[in-house]
Design a protein around this ligand. Structure first.
Ligand code: G4P
Length: 534
């Protein structure tokens, strides 16, 4: 047993599991590829790009993915670097698929926030950032595309603070930000890394006196750039935040790096600092106290369910984030929510497009299990005794709604089956209108494109054509007050009362203004925008 404990301890300490959050086009695919290259996964890296660029079979299961050149599902990429074992949770980049992206963040121990230097903090980054903030995970910022003209770096720091409410600590500082990029100054090592126009090699020049005003740098950069750099660094040292590991760990301070993923500039130093500072899998809270990742009892939770990934054999996969102990192929564990033992055979690990059978896995790793229809989002698997359950997975509020029914009423049974499946995957939220007796269900999605996915999948997997009537609502709010009869509320005439799949009352609103009006008219009403999956 001590051997197993030591083995788990060692594997936990070398694991880093993270997701990249960004707005489409900021360079996530490019950065992911470059990171994988450092792990020696060259072929894999190529496939990330190909998947997006749609150069060959992008996905074998959904035509929509191919047609649009976007990835609908997320997978995990694992690679080794300097004795670390790194799991990148790949998240769908297109803004229409953010429900899945949100949920994937629940399985990450930290996040890399990728920002386009010229555009600053963009809409989707803000949404995803808030999920990370809510979970209190550390966030590392990489400001990309510095080879081009960018915003002033002080302005970017200010923007991050104003828009996201987090302070930043620049680990390095760009030299030349008006399309005349010269390189970066590494604050920790008093070192300049020269940009050579993207020839991949990097020239590093260190200060001989350990200070930014070393004449070696003046000679290297010329006085124009060197004077500006000295001024900037002096200002940062004087007025900026201090480097504080604790604050980084608690998500109060984000270490900030400047670079260019495309030219592979600043990626390796970023990766190395990230690995040093990012947390390994930590203690997790359950209904029955805390679980230490180093415990010898396996535990994990299901954060993603995906059906019909391969049309030739209808499979359904449940993705598990391992939280403690050691996973071994074929082991029997307790499916806590169902109160049953299950044997974990044929576990799959995902390396971009490739599936391999996993023999063993450790905390921080993600495995996919064939699911005969017994798993639900948020379920706990546990090797020990006791009613241990991980915290539920939040449901993110849908922003688009439509009344959906089968075009052919004879197909109602298959329709319900398909809707149930997609709802179990978390791809859609199902509501029933309760203030009038209407048959059609209301479906809510986080991105409008998901209606297309819904139509496509129901047609292809269940043989059901849909009738979709778009509704003007943009917000769902759950009613927190217990025992309150929603029909008695004084609501704006443009809102409707619905019930979610668990029978919880919520209200659909057209805009923020009507939410405020509902709250003002009904002083005791408590509305929340995120409900938790039980
Ligand atoms: P995403 O996954 O976040 O959507 O972004 P992706 O990596 O696909 O990058 C979006 C575009 O930005 C791509 O250009 C990519 O080459 C470019 N890019 C990424 N990193 C950098 C960088 O550091 N500097 C510069 N200048 N550009 C960068 P594209 O023209 O859309 O695609 P492609 O023709 O290069 O494939």
């Amino acid at each position: 047993m001590p051997d197993l404990k030591n083995e788990i301890k060692k594997e936990v300490s070398r694991r880093k599991t993270f997701a990249i959050i960004s707005h489409p086009d900021a360079g996530k695919t490019t950065l992911t590829e470059k990171l994988l290259l450092y792990g020696g996964a060259i072929r894999l890296a190529g496939s990330v790009k190909a998947r997006k660029a749609n150069k060959y079979a992008v996905s074998d299961w959904m035509e929509i993915e191919k047609q649009r050149g976007i990835s609908v599902t997320s997978s995990v990429m694992q690679f080794e670097y300097n004795d670390y074992c790194i799991n990148i949770l790949d998240t769908p980049g297109h803004q229409d698929f953010s429900e899945d992206t949100y949920r994937t963040l629940v399985a990450a121990d930290s996040a890399v926030m990728l920002i386009d230097g010229a555009k600053g903090v963009e809409a989707q980054t803000i949404k995803l950032f808030h999920v990370c903030k809510m979970r209190g995970i550390p966030i590392f910022t990489f400001v990309n595309k510095m080879d081009r003209a960018s915003k002033d770096p002080f302005e970017l720091m200010e923007e991050i603070e104003q828009v996201l409410g987090i302070r930043s600590y620049p680990m390095n500082w760009p030299i030349g930000t008006e399309g005349d990029f010269k390189g970066i100054y590494n604050r920790k090592h008093s070192q300049i890394e020269l940009f050579d126009g993207g020839a991949h090699g990097q020239t590093q020049v260190s200060s001989t006196v350990g200070k930014v005003d070393d004449t070696i740098f003046a000679d290297l950069l010329g006085s124009h750039y060197h004077d500006k750099l000295c001024e900037d660094i002096e200002l940062l040292d004087m007025a900026g935040d201090e480097f504080d590991k604790e604050k980084i760990r608690s998500g109060e301070l984000t270490p900030m790096f400047f670079g260019s993923a495309m030219t592979n500039f600043g990626v390796q130093p970023f990766l190395e600092s990230f690995l040093e500072l990012a947390p390994s899998p930590g203690i997790k809270t359950t209904s029955n106290g805390e679980i230490d990742p180093e415990s010898d009892k396996f535990s994990g939770f299901i954060f993603k369910i995906q059906a019909n990934m391969n049309p030739t054999h209808r499979d359904r996969l449940a993705f598990i984030r391992i939280c403690s102990g050691k996973f071994t192929k074929g082991m029997t564990v307790k499916h806590v929510n169902a109160g049953k033992d299950v044997r974990l055979s044929q576990p799959q690990q995902f390396m971009a497009q490739e599936r391999t059978i996993v023999e063993e896995a450790y905390p921080g790793d993600i495995i996919g299990l064939f699911d005969p229809g017994i798993f639900n989002l948020g379920d706990t698997l546990y090797e020990g005794n006791g009613n241990v359950r991980f915290e539920g997975i939040p449901i993110f509020p849908a922003e688009f709604f439509a009344r959906v029914s089968p075009a052919d009423t004879m197909k109602r049974k298959q329709f319900i089956k398909g809707i149930d499946q997609l709802s179990e995957e978390g791809a859609i939220q199902v509501f029933k209108q309760i203030d009038i007796g209407i048959e059609a269900l209301i479906i809510g999605v986080v991105g409008a494109l998901q209606f297309e996915v819904l139509e496509y999948r129901l047609k292809n997997e269940y043989g059901v054509s849909l009738r979709v009537q778009n509704l003007p609502f943009r917000h769902a709010r759950w009613i927190e007050n217990e025992g309150l009869d929603p029909r008695k509320l004084n609501l704006p005439s443009t809102s409707i009362i619905v019930e979610d799949k668990e029978g919880r009352n919520s209200i659909l609103f057209e805009n923020e203004w009507s939410i405020r009006m509902a709250e003002e008219r009904n002083k005791d009403l408590k509305l929340i925008d995120i409900a938790t999956q039980d």
